[in-house]
Write a protein that binds this ligand. Structure first.
Ligand code: ZN
Length: 89
């Protein structure tokens, strides 16, 4: 069942409270994000911290409300840098 007020968060029913659902709805209905695998703007929020590309099907973890967080970017950099250094040699 879908209600006007709850929109995409109707699946939560009466649980979790209005404020958090408003936040979830805001981010679930906003523009799509760029896919890190295929580069297309087809990434949608699938669940809390889970993002999925509707074009290539890539599923990845990210921030709760955006695919990349400041902490996530730092982590990716930390993972990628040793490889980049290795590649240059
Ligand atoms: Zn993709």
């Amino acid at each position: 069942m879908k209600t006007k007020k709850a929109g995409s968060t109707a699946r939560f029913g009466a649980r979790y409270g209005k404020r958090i659902k408003d936040t979830v709805k805001k981010f679930e209905t906003q523009k799509r994000f760029k896919c890190p695998r295929c580069g297309r703007m087809s990434v949608k929020r699938e669940s809390y911290g889970i993002w999925k590309c509707t074009k290539c099907g890539a599923r990845f973890a990210g921030g709760a409300y955006s695919p990349q967080t400041g902490a996530g970017k730092a982590a990716i950099r930390a993972i990628k840098e040793p490889q980049a250094v290795k590649g240059e040699k």
